[in-house]
Design a binder for this molecule. Structure first.
Ligand SMILES: [Zn+2]
Length: 336
């Protein structure tokens, strides 16, 4: 990779040239390659596809600390910062405001985002059979540690359970996402969501490290029991919905991440700036709180509480029109 040959039992860091900056310096994509002494599958780990999502960077750092090439079966390709442009700016998007996770599979002659996406697919994804993309909430929202995956695929479903996060969400792949492109390349892919942007969250990080460790054992890359005990049985959400603000004001939530809620349950209130309650927030569906806003200032229509719901998927035509579907919408997406 990048002109380097890494022999079995070795590890090597390489930097793939992405683009020249206006300063005439090169920006490169750093990758650590760990080739196990023993044969086995190839797994990629990525973080900071959104440049302000730092929990995944720490998860990958701790994984690289614990992986031993002499004991490893197979190959680990670790990319702790995919959006190298956004990372140095501490921003979610690229300098041209594009969302890298809507730019896959990209192209060699496209936009900056498309070129970076293309490089990752060509050099990393196509060399692997498995991948885990690490994310956090965005725009002042925090996420409960959870896995998003295509549970319709039996092997992916088994991986999602093996990870051991408290919640697994059956999520359709989004156009332009790394998960969708990698799945098209034949990879089995999990997205791990945990914590918030630009904040280290120890619970999110340790859940991620334990989960990746369990996946490596599950697919036969390691044999040791680095994580004690069996993974917990996750709450499986077949879909997820946002509760949105009916009007603008100051948000006071009474639900926390991981809370189980029933339909109609009060989960918060919006007050005006004189302290009067102007709108009550209620869960429309039973489920688990997997994401919530941390910003008390809300505009009408803002996505405030994300609920993962159990039960079989409902046919679109059967849904009442008032129910919002999917993610919070353009420019305010809180997950991958
Ligand atoms: Zn993200």
């Amino acid at each position: 990779m990048g002109g380097h040959v890494v022999a079995p039992g070795e590890r090597r860091r390489c930097r793939l040239k992405v683009s020249r900056l206006p300063t005439d310096t090169w920006l490169a994509l750093p990758i650590e390659i760990v080739v196990g002494a023993h044969e086995g599958p190839a797994l990629w780990l990525t973080a900071a596809v959104h440049g302000d999502e730092v929990n995944g960077v720490e998860i990958i750092g701790r994984m690289l600390e614990q992986v031993d090439a002499s004991q490893l079966h197979g190959t680990l390709l670790a990319v702790p910062i995919v959006n190298v442009f956004g990372f140095i700016e501490q921003q979610r998007y690229l300098p041209d405001r594009r969302d890298l996770n809507r730019s896959f599979p990209g192209s060699a002659r496209g936009s900056l985002a498309a070129r970076l996406a293309h490089l990752l697919i060509r050099e990393v994804v196509t060399r692997c059979s498995y991948g885990i993309d690490l994310h956090t909430g965005s725009h002042h929202r925090e996420n409960l540690p959870h896995i998003r995956a295509d549970l319709g695929d039996p092997e992916t479903r088994a991986l999602a359970r093996a990870f051991g996060a408290p919640v697994v969400v059956n999520a359709k792949t989004r156009h332009g996402s790394l998960r969708k492109s990698a799945a098209k390349c034949g990879n089995k892919v999990l997205v791990f969501e945990a914590g918030e942007a630009l904040r280290f969250d120890e619970h999110a990080i340790s859940t991620g490290v334990e989960g990746v460790t369990r996946i490596m054992k599950h697919i036969g890359m390691t044999s040791d029991d680095a994580v004690a005990g069996e993974p917990q049985e996750p709450f499986v959400a077949q879909r997820s919905r946002w509760v949105r603000a009916r009007r603008a004001g100051m948000l006071h939530l009474t639900c926390g991440l991981g809370d189980h809620v029933v339909a109609g349950q009060s989960i918060g209130v919006i007050k005006d700036t004189f302290g009067h309650s102007v709108a009550k927030l209620k869960a429309r569906h039973a489920g688990v709180v997997i994401g919530r806003s941390l910003n008390p200032l809300v505009m009408q229509g803002d996505a405030l509480v994300h609920i993962g719901m159990s039960g079989a998927p409902v046919v679109a035509g059967e849904l009442p029109t008032s129910i919002e579907q999917g993610a919070p919408g353009a420019g305010s997406s809180s997950q991958s």
